[in-house]
Write a protein that binds this ligand. Structure first.
Ligand SMILES: Cc1cc2nc3c(=O)[nH]c(=O)nc-3n(C[C@H](O)[C@H](O)[C@H](O)COP(=O)(O)O)c2cc1C
Length: 332
């Protein structure tokens, strides 16, 4: 199995995994606006995947456009390379999930060791792994043994204190991962304080000393490609930059393009078409793609112009995608 991480340009960009956001539909929207170098799925629980009851839902989360999902046929490689992100705490379930991902069409596998969600942490996963390093290592080992896909980890500086990174990051680097993404905050800090860019040089040094082959990816508060390029110049030891909430401010954030209102509206209509196609696809599989969550996306497309708030209020009242289209048509 080839390791796509080695083929990326220096200073590559990644669309961050975001639960409830970066599903197969939204990844296609971002790809249309301007693609990053790498896509991540939202995270999937390994114990769900390993159970008969949870497998169906887990597989839906792991759908890839043009492969396991047919929603986009025009360009099957639109969301490639794509990395499946998984979480949990049971090493055997990591092994079982990892062994399936290649067959589903993924290019890589990433283990979440940074999620701050209370339920995830109570279940021993995400950032809670920082507090159970032996188990974390076991999970990485079992995943690596069970797949020929390149295995990476995404984590935070620590659970409670920033200086936990002094032990935690070297421990992870010791696993000789293909890539390590560091969200430059602790679990306790959530996203409430600015990312600790001041620690980047120290983390680069650790990577250079322990695992020079591991790609180092930085995450936290990076708005767009321009900022990623600035950071790349300042910290040439960083290989790549992951952007999450930047797509909410500008879905074209992986380009230098500042979209017009008309372009954003057109992108929203594309999003609606994909939404309908996905709903149809899931219905044919006996499943559902609920309407309400699409409302979380409205602000992305309709902000920063006179009357935007008023239009958003009207769109929020709509009950289906046809109503949304009709409301938008009235503005033309
Ligand atoms: C709505 C939302 C969902 C998220 N879901 C995940 C997830 O499934 N896996 C993960 O590793 N991080 C998840 N994150 C964290 C992001 O990947 C990223 O680390 C964080 O937002 C900081 O980067 P940013 O400042 O570029 O947004 C999520 C963040 C948000 C806002």
């Amino acid at each position: 199995m080839s390791n796509f991480w080695n083929d990326l340009p220096h200073g590559f960009t990644i669309l961050a995994p975001m639960e409830g956001v970066t599903d197969v539909v939204f990844r296609q929207v971002v790809a249309r606006a301007g693609r990053p170098n790498v896509f991540f799925t939202e995270f999937t629980n390994v114990s769900s995947f390993a159970s008969e009851k949870g497998r169906h839902d887990a597989l839906e989360r792991l759908d890839i456009a043009g492969k396991t999902s047919k929603i986009v046929s025009e360009s099957p490689n639109l969301e490639s390379p794509i990395v499946a992100q998984i979480w949990g705490k049971n090493p055997e379930h990591f092994a079982e999930t990892a062994s399936h991902l290649e067959k589903l069409g993924f290019d890589g596998l990433d283990i979440n060791m940074g999620c701050p969600d209370r339920h995830v942490n109570k279940a021993g996963g995400g950032a809670a792994m920082i507090k159970t390093p032996d188990l974390a290592i076991e999970c990485i080992k079992r995943a690596k043994e069970s797949t020929s896909l390149p295995v990476s980890v995404k984590t935070r500086l620590g659970f409670t204190f920033c200086n936990e990174y002094e032990e935690w990051i070297p421990l992870l680097l010791g696993q000789h991962l293909v890539a390590l993404t560091v969200h430059l905050r602790t679990r306790k800090e959530m996203s409430k304080v600015p990312a600790h860019y001041d620690l980047i040089p120290e983390i680069i040094k650790m990577r250079d000393n322990i695992a020079p082959e591991t790609k180092l990816i930085i995450n936290g508060d990076i708005r767009d490609l321009a900022q990623a390029q600035e950071l790349s110049e300042k910290y040439p030891g960083v290989d790549g930059f992951m952007i999450g909430r930047g797509v909410f401010a500008n879905p074209y954030c992986f380009t230098h393009h500042q979209p017009t209102r008309a372009e954003l509206q057109e992108l929203f209509l594309y999003h609606l078409d994909l939404f309908d196609a996905r709903a149809k696809e899931l219905k044919s599989r006996g499943s559902r793609y609920p309407y309400e969550p699409i409302k979380h996306f409205i602000k992305i497309y309709f902000s920063g112009f006179d009357g935007a708030a008023e239009l958003r209020n009207k769109l929020m009242m709509c009950k289906n995608t046809d109503d949304l289209r009709a409301e938008i048509k009235k503005t033309e």
